[in-house]
Design a protein around this ligand. Structure first.
Ligand code: FAD
Length: 466
């Protein structure tokens, strides 16, 4: 498979695009090009030649047919919050934004399901679902779109109990590169019919098709919830506690690791205290208050037995909200405290039993490079670790790059993965061969079958063929 050959966007292409989505929904304005040239990662921006906003699935399909015939690359766009360059239009061409397809199509409350358009933000979705007493649990910190979450297979703090995005989708509608509109999956929770196309498209980062609608699984909002912070003086005790809590049968709704540097940053928020060294941030939820209180007592017992120096559990809604806002905002807090610094976001994941070894390895590598801060924060309950590596110039960038690489290699060696939730995008392509070996050839064949001209999000997921 050679490198795809693309054509530039011509005035004729723009005229045809306007006839498909309407003149007002096509832009070559510099402000729109700039806004869609970068995601939230450290990877350099690259401009598209034109941005278009689709209003319905048919338009998406027709735009893809047009771009495929004209050999114009297409980068789908949800909210642009990716952290590995996933939504950067590396080859120019067209950015196809789904932002205006942001409606709930139908709430199937009795089935605990909702059908949505892809541009809807998951926070907006949950706000609208509140009156049904239901919610969609995957929760990446940023206000990501459902389409972007499906495409990246996003996860978050609640994955430990509710699974990732891939575990909470039943059916999707997808526009293919040649303009066909297909459905994958159905609304039945059990599905055993044919190849699992649903999960082929989920996590494919817009390289195989554009998701135009999705039916998602919903969960009842727990009647009673708590937040708990346990603090530790040493890494070993903290990470071994993660394994112990997972093994206890308590089923926490969240189980997060917060490293020393992040603990200090989060302590700067008025009214919050995460200890002095390492913290585990946990959430329990239950249908009855007494069950919740019993769970908190057991959690405290486990943490203290494992060496926690303090434990604080709260069922106060405002305090719980403030704690989780701080956790979700940790990248923003980091950026705010270091305005002249850029951050490389690390995202690896391993089996839970290997988590202690992964974390100790990361600390060892940071020491080797002079004890630079790693700003560790991880969805520890499912073996996922993040780190924010700071850099200001070429030399410190090279250090960050080397640390990231050492950590990725270790995660793969531990039977884990180079990316737990941010996706491959542009940044993790170089690890695909190491992680997938010959399976990579199968992935290339799938790409060739579904997108023979390579117009869909080129330069992402699959490394260039040798
Ligand atoms: C502060 C912060 C915290 C974050 N925390 C987390 C976290 O905890 N967990 C996590 O998983 N991620 C996290 N992220 C990363 C990001 O929010 C997720 O990757 C999210 O899924 C991206 O969604 P988006 O709508 O912004 O997608 P975009 O960035 O717009 O697109 C993502 C990818 O999907 C493609 N795409 C977009 N829409 C479609 C569609 N309809 N069909 C097909 N392809 C499409 C794009 O081309 C791109 O490849 C965080 C980001 C930030 C900035």
């Amino acid at each position: 498979m050679g490198a795809p050959q693309f054509s530039p966007v011509t005035p004729e292409f723009i005229t045809r695009l306007q006839s498909l989505v309407g003149e007002a929904n096509v832009s070559t304005r510099q402000a729109d090009i700039d806004l869609h040239a970068h995601d939230e990662s450290h990877w350099p921006a690259h401009p598209a030649e034109v941005v278009a906003w689709a209003r319905n699935a048919q338009q998406v399909a027709e735009v893809l047919r047009l771009a495929n015939e004209a050999r114009v690359p297409v980068t789908p766009w949800g909210a642009g919050t990716s952290l590995e360059g996933n939504s950067i239009p590396l080859q120019g061409g067209l950015v196809l934004s789904l932002e205006q397809m942001n409606e709930i199509v139908k709430v199937h409350a009795d089935d605990f399901q909702v059908t949505v358009q892809p541009g809807l933000g998951y926070k907006d979705l949950n706000e609208k679902l509140r009156r049904y007493g239901l919610f969609f649990p995957p929760d990446p910190g940023a206000n990501a779109s459902i389409g972007g979450m499906l495409a990246n297979n996003a996860a978050g703090s609640r994955t430990v109990k509710y699974g990732a995005t891939k575990d909470n989708v039943l059916r999707i509608q997808v526009a293919l590169a040649d303009g066909r509109l297909i459905e994958a999956g159905c609304r039945s929770v059990k599905q055993s019919s044919g190849y699992d196309l649903l999960h082929l498209f989920v996590g494919s980062e817009g390289t195989l098709g554009v998701i135009t609608e999705a039916t998602l699984k919903l969960w009842p909002i727990a009647e009673f919830s708590s937040a708990a912070i346990a603090t530790f003086d040493d890494t070993e005790s903290a990470v071994e506690t993660v394994v112990a809590v997972r093994g206890s049968g308590l089923e926490p709704a969240a189980l997060e690791y917060i490293g020393r540097d992040n603990v200090r940053l989060m302590n700067t928020i008025e009214g919050l205290y995460f200890g002095e060294n390492i913290a585990l941030l946990m959430e329990l939820s239950a249908a009855h208050q007494q069950t919740l209180l019993d769970g908190l007592a057991t959690l405290e017992e486990i943490c203290k037995e494992m060496g926690a120096t303090s434990f604080r559990g709260t069922t106060d809604t405002a305090e719980r909200k403030a704690i989780w806002e701080a956790r979700h905002g940790s990248l923003e807090i980091l950026r705010r405290h270091n305005p002249d610094t850029r951050f490389m976001s690390v995202d690896v994941s391993v089996p839970i039993s290997a988590y202690p070894e992964l974390v100790l390895h990361i600390e060892g590598v940071l020491q080797e490079f002079g004890g630079i801060p790693g700003y560790l924060v991880g969805h520890a309950g499912d073996g996922n670790m993040h780190m924010g590596l700071s850099y200001r110039d070429d030399a410190s960038y090279e250090v960050a790059r080397k640390i990231n690489e050492r950590v990725v290699h270790k995660a793969i060696e531990l039977d884990g993965t180079s990316t737990g939730e941010h996706g491959v995008g542009y940044g993790k392509r170089k690890y695909m061969q190491r992680e997938h070996g010959e399976s990579l050839d199968v992935m290339r064949t799938i790409k060739q079958t579904l997108d023979p001209n390579g117009i869909l999000n080129p330069g992402k997921v699959l490394p260039d063929a040798e």
